[in-house]
Design a protein around this ligand. Structure first.
Ligand code: FAD
Length: 425
């Protein structure tokens, strides 16, 4: 029987190195350059960032979500989950380790569906961490519901001409190219009528109307782009994957990404819990430390248990993906950890803020940023409600309605059957 919660000791050594490195070498970047992690590197940033990236490469940990043919380690999802737990502590860590979203997901789909020319043009520099990319799918009038999308790509000779608007195309202002999802056959509907295109950022007809800032970001640092595509002409070679198969391409992006988000959230929530404990032990009110107050003890105990069960669920899901090598088979659990992610983060950060008192709601601790990350996690890669429905449907599929009037576990009915079977009154 195999039921093992140990981490392979060789890999644990790697994780220990990553933990030390992120805490001591990478987290300082979060403090000095809190909004720069998506920006192309200037000389000052390169002086610090390039040697850190080199250290990661020397450890064989650069972009290790990738297959060995692309320079990764071919780590399965379980190992990646344990690694992401540590990277989740820091905003800059994914950049330093070559695992920055949305570039990771974009690299995955180009690796999966790209032609040799597309890989040479876009994938290699993306993997080197030298350029950034944007995933341009959501529209102002339709996000979770892809049937609301309106952007079209129409054939014109050997070219495609794209028209429409996109919303929340993260990081477009710094991207070298965009991956744009557009209808190529409206009649065929969203699942068979949309296609993906690789579009260089400087293609005429692309206008970034606005860069929206998230709640915690200064307005000028916003990088969630509202983009207008007006007669944007790309050659037929810009098509990524098969015509009409954008939906299937999009699915490849999401499977692993949701596990990575969940595990980075575990790392973030653990940090909030550590802060809560330290504060509870340090702060004294009415002659006793907060750690001695029953309510605060409940906050700590509940947070510990909530995080432990979530962490195990995420790791088990990662293990299941490795075992089955089939995201479709694991969809129920992937959706379940997806809708738990914002809740776990919200609950633990909220308690930590409470224990920190007024200090907790300022920008003097990382808690405020963690707090706003919770609702973001409830939206990116599909809102919570959609995943709740997905899980409910999958669970219900494993059950049947009862044919009779009473539930199967109706005790009087079962008792009568048991008495008849055993021949007792
Ligand atoms: C920080 C951030 C970064 C993002 N980056 C990108 C990106 O790079 N590229 C990109 O294309 N998109 C990106 N998005 C957009 C994201 O994918 C969408 O926000 C998401 O798909 C939801 O779409 P929407 O915001 O239009 O909400 P809507 O679709 O309008 O939904 C609003 C709300 O309605 C409810 N709802 C919706 N559908 C259902 C349903 N079926 N059942 C029950 N309730 C429902 C939910 O409460 C939902 O939150 C990003 C979003 C955020 C917050």
């Amino acid at each position: 029987m195999s039921w093992d919660f140990e981490t392979d000791p060789v890999f644990q050594k790697k994780l220990d190195w990553v933990d030390e490195f992120v805490r001591h070498e990478v987290e300082p970047l979060d403090l000095v350059w809190p909004h720069d992690n998506y920006k192309p590197l200037d000389d000052e940033h390169r002086r610090i960032v390039d040697p850190l990236k080199q250290q990661v490469r020397d450890q064989g940990l650069w972009a290790c979500h990738l297959e060995p043919t692309l320079g990764g380690q071919g780590y399965g999802q379980l190992k990646l989950a344990l690694l992401n737990e540590i990277l989740g502590r820091s905003t800059w860590a994914p950049v330093i380790f070559g695992t920055q979203a949305p570039d990771t997901g974009n690299a995955e789909i180009i690796a999966h569906f790209g032609t040799p020319e597309q890989k040479a043009t876009y994938l290699q520099p993306l993997l080197e961490g030298e350029i950034f990319s944007t995933y341009s799918m959501t529209e102002p009038q339709g996000g979770a519901d892809v049937s609301g999308f309106e952007t079209t790509a129409v054939r014109d000779g050997d070219d495609w001409v794209i028209n429409g608007s996109k919303f929340f195309s993260s990081n477009a202002r710094y991207a070298t190219f965009f991956i744009v999802m557009a209808y190529t056959d409206k009649e065929a509907g969203p699942h068979d009528g949309m296609s993906m295109f690789l579009v260089p950022a400087d293609t005429p007809g692309i206008t970034i109307e606005r860069n929206l800032a998230l709640i915690h970001e200064p307005a000028e640092e916003g990088s969630e782009a509202y983009i207008r595509y007006e007669d944007v002409r790309v050659p037929s070679t810009a098509l990524l994957g098969e015509e009409g198969k954008a939906f299937q391409v999009a699915q490849v992006r999401l499977g692993g990404g949701r596990v990575h988000h969940a595990m980075r959230t575990v790392g973030l929530a653990q940090r909030a819990l550590d802060m809560m404990c330290e504060r509870a032990l340090s702060r004294v009110t009415r002659g006793r430390s907060l750690a001695e107050r029953e309510t605060v003890q409940s906050y700590i105990a509940e947070s510990y248990a909530q995080l432990a069960q979530f962490r195990l669920f995420v790791l088990r899901t990662a293990w299941l993906i490795d075992k089955t090598q089939d995201y479709a088979q694991c969809r129920k659990d992937i959706s379940a950890i997806k809708f738990l992610t914002p809740k776990v983060l919200h609950d633990i950060v909220q308690r930590s803020i409470q224990v920190h008192g007024a200090l907790g709601v300022t920008q003097d601790t990382p808690l405020a940023k963690m707090w706003i990350t919770a609702p973001v996690m409830g939206l990116v890669d599909g809102p919570t409600e959609v995943h709740l429905r997905q899980v409910a449907r999958a669970v219900l599929k494993e059950h049947d309605a009862t044919a009779g009037l009473w539930p199967t576990d109706h005790i009087p009915t079962k008792l009568a059957a048991a008495q008849a079977k055993l021949g007792v009154a």
